[in-house]
Design a protein around this ligand. Sequence first.
Ligand code: ADP
Length: 152
Amino acid sequence: MKRTAVFPGSFDPFTIGHESIVRRSLSLFDEVVVAVGKNSTKATLYSLEQRVEWVKNIFQDEPRVSADLFDGLTVTYCKNKNLRFILRGLRTSGDFEFERGIATINRAMESDIETVFILSLPEHSAISSTIIREIVKSGGDASQFVPGAVKL
Ligand code: ADP
């Protein structure tokens, strides 16, 4: 059976840190679905359609990576699609504490779904979508932090 991971997130916008996690995960998984979530609590800068489109363009060269969007819980999405692995990236101990909570609750809800973590490259550990949005809103140039296909 194919090992397919879901990489869920807001990706507002998708960064070179996200791209690196996805590409590195291809040594573990046969396929990766980048699932752009409609987060009910977060107001996003970029539209859902724009974020999905970026993912498709970034991974045009990689047939093992696809883009999708979802609403609601990640575990519900996984269950509906019959997918057993959630991929997440870790930059800092702060990320770890946050992710540990989510992964523990996800596991309590769906014990057959495993969350797999990949540590960010040191040079990507300071890159966040939040900082990029702040740069963009202030009229700065954040292009070095996003893949070439992402036109901010
Ligand atoms: P969410 O809204 O779910 O936090 P994000 O789009 O912010 O989604 O991030 C999606 C995933 O990518 C998370 O696991 C996050 O920790 C990880 N991530 C974010 N930025 C980076 C980065 N620079 N390097 C590696 N992983 C990252």
